[in-house]
Design a binder for this molecule. Sequence first.
Ligand SMILES: [Fe+2]
Length: 281
Amino acid sequence: MKPPSAPLPAAAGIGLRAPHVGEVEAERPRVAWLEVHSENYYADGGPALAALDRLRRDYPLSLHGVGMSLGSTDPLDRAHLAKLKRLVARTEPALVSEHLCWSGVGGRHLNDLLPLPYTEEALALVCARVAEVQDALGRELAVENVSSYLAFADATIPEWEFVAAVARRTGCRLLVDVNNIYVNSINHGFDADAYLAAIPAAAVAEIHLAGFTARGALLIDTHGAPVAPAVWALYRRALERFGARPTLIEWDTDIPPLATLLAEAATAQAMLEEARDAIAA
Ligand SMILES: [Fe+2]
């Protein structure tokens, strides 16, 4: 499968959200790249798409999808895929990603990124669908590990082996969400470092960082808080394992001023530079 012609820089980016578009356009902050939710730009025109076209001239772009439902037993949504393909042709992103989850069945769309049962059957199904998307787009897809609050009793494969197997079987890349690994390690009681150790480093195309909210014994992946100290620590260990990788700060609820987001990105950037220096030394 063809890799993108110009990969994302191994530096820190931010998720571009509607309240910040005007400020980013006016001030062009020194951030290495931008990520947007693909579905927000499926329209054929309009001011949002026009702004994205202008920003795309100055920033490498990552298109991050939330609606493909890669793990569903329903047929792939061809209309959705066609819209993604059009947006890819228009914006020439450095990376296209989706979630390793399902969000609908029987024609009903559930507005959530639901975990898969980690079984051989689900693995075969999701790999076939990742391959189908990659064939349709004519390029690699990166798939992201999701947060979860329950596990299926029938699961036979640890989550980290499932994620690694999808990359090995399909040749897809991985978007490793370090916050999701941390959240799941607490919610399900596994060793986050064993998870990192199972991930094939060469497949890692991007890393996500975000904030969670604690509710009782559960950590909820709200994307509405600063990155937690334990997640920064796990990120440092991820960089030791994978090397410097494009890293995104995601913030989707209680969106802070742009300066707060940029400060989080600057922290990630400093850690990326430390990781690069450590490898060079
Ligand atoms: Fe993420």
